[in-house]
Design a protein around this ligand. Structure first.
Ligand code: F58
Length: 829
């Protein structure tokens, strides 16, 4: 009954746990052994860890299957409006624990494995996480689909099943070396391939017009095709008996490729063609900010959205009237990567379904909404007309027509203001004629949203002000969020238990209830218990880092953590300068080692393989770490650790152990950040700029519980306008000069001054992201951190208040905002 359900009697989604073959320990053991024997073909006695991991995963899967099928049946029957989330990336993280949690099978599975004499942790460790994303954007998609399932909102996540996800990072002599991420080598128990559901995707060729009984129509005569094969993944809601679907597409050659073997007799050529087709879903592009206008990337984008739209129309809309499409679906565009879906839907409606252009456009406009995740101008995607015309000639024609109609309307409203027309055109003429995908998405989308208040405001007023004027009400904000199931409950079981003991279980699906912890911040026993959880999480992290990387971590240190992609705008260099400043001030004798707060600095960051400066910064972090960690003068006081290959799995260990969260981007550059939310919800205090969602975190937790530093976004603008000269800051600050000089001297590169010279001169003479301008303010804020940490009890109190006040950052709330402001898709109760 709902009263005994873990969600509590009041939760509207509460369902009695369904019994099934695996819902008792005995049943679980039986099903597990059945899977081991009949699916893996091995007896327990001869099974490998991988066999046992598969059998365990399959047993969880079997349990969820009835619910999945039931959800699919109900959706077919009731035809609710659903969300199709179109995203080139899903950074899922490991699935086993998540699915055990969602199904409520955790304890049963642990007991069942114990009865079989198996250590379930060994099987957890066996899972290779699917790293099908670069960073925040991909992880956000994963959090969103978790929340939609938990809220019973019908949703299909569409994306690409990359054979190789984000590269595996190793360090050789402190420098990043990339290895392929062969995550599928041992197979994945979580995927269900459906070759019979394959969709054919066309490319190339030319367009022509033809006479259709007196009507002149256009059509596309493609040059080649590939097959898109769907792989389905379960997306279970948390203890609510719901399972949504993630459908990722894999590219394979069509029969036509095979036919070529037959016809040409050129076997080698035929195999080459096959490889060519399969390249499309081969590898995730590891660029995290600047899109490289690569043809294969455009192929990937079109490949997955064409397959997804075709799939939705065939399997979900079926024979229903195409005019009802907006009542059945909203396609959410996760950044510009899927925006080619707009002309694709127009092509399907006009060329294939023979709708009038205007009717098709009315439908299309209602079916899309667009989320922007950046402000960096170089990150706004553009595709050259030349490339688009070669790969997707019909789509280019359609984009031109959309643009012509749109610019006509602009002229009608604003007159022949050529400057304005040029600024708003979807087609830009310089440096080469190209399509601005963000503009296309803005014109087509029913709504356009940024991902934090500040970002949405800058997007509206600074990046796309003309569009905001032209489309009043189109721009909105939805502040990002994170799933508390993975990032609190699973990542931090100790804290979760403490919270539940204090305020009950409801918080995991209603995160604002963490507010009830506020009064506990004043309770010394609770503070002690909270401190003990943090200490235990640090010990657990130490074990992981020792086993993974051989690192030995010092006890009793403040854990100061900066984990995120390596990018100049995120300013890992500011962190490096702080460390070097501390190191220099002690080793030169100006500061007593005993007078500083002992700290371990942890970095985690991958650099895009082609981003030379980012890679050099990684090298510098490792170099500083080697010197600092080996210097007896700072032993026990400063330690720098940079575990390679930061990913979701490592994040789940590092974040719960952190004391200090570094969110130090230049104001106006980080759209939102989501790591910042994960840290705060796990009881770390933030040192941060007024950027992205930091602004909202600080407003919620209060100035006393947040270390703010640096220029505000308007101050950044002013300094640029006044003419920024970083060298002036270098001259004016002794500490900064000493730190920079130490790096330039070769102290971290065996005396070789050339190694880090490009970093130093870039900071001195360019410094696009104003590291030097914010340095002194950062160092001052770090001094406040040191002082605050010395009062353990007060620090813990602040940490508890961070947890209590950050319930807003649940991705469930983000989903509610999307539903209310953009999607209008009620839960399917
Ligand atoms: C990130 N973008 C933002 N892009 O930088 C971050 O502030 C925000 O919190 C997050 O999105 C979620 O909204 C991001 O991760 C990418 O990784 C793209 C990958 C493909 C190429 C372009 C960047």
């Amino acid at each position: 009954s709902p009263a005994t359900h873990p969600l509590g009697a009041t939760h509207p989604l509460a369902l009695a746990p369904v019994t099934g073959p695996a819902s008792s320990v005995d049943g679980f053991v039986r099903q597990f052994l059945r899977n081991l024997n009949y699916e893996r073909g091995v007896p327990l006695s001869a099974s490998s860890v991988n066999d046992r991991y598969f059998a365990l995963a399959m047993t969880v899967r079997d349990y969820l299957m009835a619910r999945w099928l039931e959800d699919l049946r109900r959706q077919r029957e009731t035809k609710p409006k659903g969300v199709c989330y179109l995203s080139a990336e899903y950074l899922l993280g490991r699935q086993l624990d998540n699915n055990l949690l969602a199904s409520g099978l955790g304890e049963i599975a642990t007991e069942a494995m114990a009865q079989c004499g198996i250590d379930i942790d060994e099987m957890r460790a066996q899972e290779v996480e699917p790293g099908l994303g670069n960073g925040g954007l991909g992880r956000l998609a994963a959090c969103f689909i978790d929340s939609l399932a938990t809220m019973s909102v019908p949703n299909v996540g569409y994306g690409i099943r990359y054979e190789y996800g984000i590269f595996r990072q190793t360090f050789v002599d402190g420098q990043q070396v990339e290895q392929p991420d062969a995550w599928l080598t041992l197979g994945s128990p979580w995927e269900f391939p459906h070759p019979e559901g394959a969709r054919k995707v066309a490319f190339g060729g030319h367009t022509e017009t033809y006479d259709d009984g007196g009507v002149t129509r256009s059509r596309w005569v493609p040059g080649w095709h590939v097959q898109a094969v769907p792989y389905n993944y379960m997306v279970p809601g948390y203890l609510n008996g719901r399972v949504n679907t993630l459908r990722l597409w894999s590219a394979v050659a069509t029969d036509a490729f095979d036919l070529r073997i037959f016809n040409s007799g050129d076997y080698e050529e035929a195999v080459r063609a096959q490889t060519f087709a399969e390249n499309i879903s081969k590898v995730l592009y590891p660029e995290d900010s600047t899109p490289q206008g690569k043809e294969l990337r455009l192929q990937q984008q079109y490949f997955f959205v064409a397959a997804s739209i075709s799939d939705f129309l065939a399997t979900t809309l079926g024979d229903d009237d195409i005019a009802t499409l907006p009542d059945r679906v909203i396609f959410q565009l996760n950044d510009t990567h899927p925006v080619i879906a707009v002309p694709e839907l127009m092509r399907v409606l006009v060329d294939e379904r023979h709708l009038e252009w205007d009717a098709a456009w009315e439908i299309t406009k209602q079916c899309f909404a667009y989320t922007c995740h950046t402000l960096l101008p170089e990150a706004l995607e553009v595709w050259s007309v030349d490339l688009l015309g070669r790969l997707l000639p019909r789509h280019l024609e359609i984009i031109y027509r959309i643009n012509d109609d749109f610019l006509d309307e602009v002229r009608e409203r604003f007159g022949d203001d050529e400057m304005r027309i040029r600024n708003m055109s979807i087609i830009s003429e310089f440096p080469e004629r190209s399509v601005r995908m963000a503009y296309l998405a803005t014109v087509a989308g029913s709504k356009v949203n940024g991902v934090a208040e500040l970002h949405s405001q800058l997007l509206r007023d600074k990046v796309l002000p003309d569009f905001n004027e032209f489309f009043p009400g189109k721009f909105t904000n939805v502040t990002n969020g994170i799933t508390p199931r993975r990032f609190v409950r699973l990542a931090n079981p100790g804290l979760s238990e403490l919270i539940t003991e204090a305020i009950g279980t409801g918080w995991l699906t209603d995160l604002e209830r963490l507010r009830e912890l506020e009064s506990y911040a004043e309770n010394p026993d609770f503070r002690a218990a909270f401190g003990e959880v943090k200490a235990a999480n640090k010990r657990r992290l130490n074990e992981v880092l020792f086993e993974r990387d051989g690192f030995e971590v010092s006890d009793g240190h403040m854990l100061d953590v900066m984990v995120k992609r390596l990018h100049e705008y995120k300013r890992q260099m500011l962190k490096v300068l702080h460390i070097v400043t501390q190191y220099e001030s002690i080793t030169s004798g100006r500061v007593e080692a005993a007078d500083i707060q002992p700290r371990t600095f942890i970095f985690g960051a991958k650099a895009a393989p082609g981003y030379a400066m980012a890679k050099r910064i990684i090298h510098l972090v490792n170099a500083v770490g080697s010197v600092v960690n080996a210097d007896p003068r700072v032993e026990g006081r400063l330690k720098v650790l940079f575990p390679p290959n930061y990913n979701v799995t490592l994040a789940e260990r590092v974040i719960p152990a952190a004391d200090l969260s570094e969110q130090i981007s230049l104001a106006g550059k980080e759209a939102s950040g989501t790591g910042n939310m994960k840290f705060a919800l796990n009881g770390a205090l933030t040192i941060g700029t007024d950027d992205g969602a930091n602004v909202e975190i600080r407003e919620l937790v209060g100035d006393d519980n947040f270390f703010l530093f640096g220029m505000s976004e308007p101050q950044v603008e002013d300094l640029w306008a006044a003419g920024y000269k970083p060298a002036d800051f270098y001259q004016a600050d002794d500490n900064l000069r000493r730190a920079m000089d130490l790096i330039a001297s070769g102290a971290f590169s065996d005396g070789d001054k050339s190694v880090f010279e490009p970093i130093v001169s870039n900071l001195l003479y360019d410094d696009r992201f104003m590291v030097l301008a914010d340095y002194s303010s950062y160092i001052a804020a770090q001094a406040r951190v040191d002082a605050a940490y010395a009062d353990t009890d007060a620090w813990t109190r602040s940490a508890i208040l961070n947890v209590a006040r950050c319930g807003f950052f649940s991705s469930d709330r983000s989903m509610r905002d999307y539903i209310d402001r953009i999607w209008h898709t009620p839960p399917m109760l």
